[in-house]
Write a protein that binds this ligand. Structure first.
Ligand code: GTP
Ligand code: MG
Length: 195
């Protein structure tokens, strides 16, 4: 994909604010601070279009980014961030669940995992929930620049085994810092947005 244009569209708090032009949507889910927003920035090669932060819990709504006239990236709030109140967490959970189950233009969920660590309980629950609802998932193990190449395959296997990856679901290696895996991920995304 050649990114000619990328723009922030809206920080949506509910369905009435979601775009209505029916472009395919690629959602990004994952733990707080895992690198979801950074991955979007790397995919479009812009430093800071998607807000990133070393303070977890920064992304709080569904943030829509339009790429060309081709697709939206939908950046989710991260899960598993303890300092968020329970009420707030439930509200976000409800919004995301509804989005995932009802959004007709949703084509693929990128489940972002930290390559350095085994998936958390929340990651496992998220993956199982998505598969229970038959949703298409691509697991992306990011921050690959933080461990030596010689250990990548070992870490990938730990992730694959812990999640019990279903047939047809890809596990891809990525680094927003180093740009590793960008082309491969675009190919994967393209294969899901083509009709
Ligand atoms: P929330 O919006 O809070 O859920 O976080 P997020 O998942 O969007 O994470 P974000 O992209 O804001 O990144 C969190 C931190 O990780 C930032 O300090 C990033 O610079 C860093 N980071 C993200 N991706 C990478 C990567 O591939 N390599 C390295 N070394 N650091 C990364
Ligand atoms: Mg974010």
């Amino acid at each position: 994909m050649k990114v000619n244009q990328a723009e922030f569209v809206i920080s949506a708090v509910g369905p009435s604010q979601y775009p209505d032009d029916a472009l395919p949507e690629i959602a990004l889910a994952g733990r707080s601070n895992v690198g979801k927003s950074s991955l979007i920035n790397r995919m479009i090669n812009r430093k800071n279009l998607a807000r990133t932060s070393s303070t977890p819990g920064k992304t709080q709504h569904l943030n829509y980014y339009r790429i060309n006239e081709d697709l939206y990236f939908v950046d989710f709030p991260g899960y598993g961030y303890a300092k968020v109140s329970k009420t707030q967490r439930q509200a976000w959970g409800g919004m995301i669940e509804k989005y995932l189950l009802e959004r007709e233009t949703l084509r693929l969920i990128l489940l972002i995992i930290d390559l350095r660590h085994p998936p958390s309980k929340d990651d496992e629950l998220m993956y199982d929930w998505l598969k229970h609802h038959d949703l298409p998932v691509c697991v992306v193990a990011t921050k690959a620049d933080k461990i030596p190449k010689s250990r990548w395959q070992k870490h990938m296997k730990i992730i694959r085994d812990a999640l019990v990856l279903r047939a047809g679901d890809q596990l891809m290696l990525f680094s927003s810092e180093a740009g590793i895996g960008r082309e491969e991920l675009w190919e994967q995304i393209n294969s899901f947005i083509r009709d």
